[in-house]
Design a protein around this ligand. Sequence first.
Ligand code: ADP
Ligand code: MG
Length: 162
Amino acid sequence: MAELNGEPAWHCMVPDEVAVARLATRFAAAAEPPLVGYLRGDLGAGKTTFARAYVHALGYVGYVKSPSYGLLETYETATQKVLHLDLYRIEDPEELEFLALRDLFDDRTVLLVEWPDRGTGHLPAADFVLEFGETAGERHIDCRGMTDRGLGLARAVVESLE
Ligand code: ADP
Ligand code: MG
């Protein structure tokens, strides 16, 4: 694995939505809950596209909407319970307390959080962080493992791409 800012990391070029979905599918297959993933990046960078493909890869049939207004959407699948959180419209991180994430989070849960920096102090720590960015007009996703479990997942995904 290459290094990014001194931490083990890798990045993947994602020229289109299909490439994002392919990567999300690898994550869904390799993820062993419980896990927390932060999805960072500007508006329109592809965070919801990733979460949607992740949920569909687990066999969820139905519309996966952007949770911007309700903050949280929950998806029960055969192997994982995906909590998709989007803090774009949160006014105060304290609002997170009303969602009682602690009670919803169990050993089958994968929590994916868009705009995690807006929930600082009220979110569980990340096992992995995905940064959705663009360099010279080319879109890419950078992945960092933050815990042993997150690093294991990051490694499994990168190996599955090779
Ligand atoms: P975010 O949740 O980060 O605000 P979205 O996932 O809603 O962004 O994506 C915004 C738009 O960009 C969507 O129309 C989506 O199809 C498109 N998109 C997402 N990722 C890519 C990509 N890698 N290349 C091209 N278009 C993309
Ligand atoms: Mg979004």
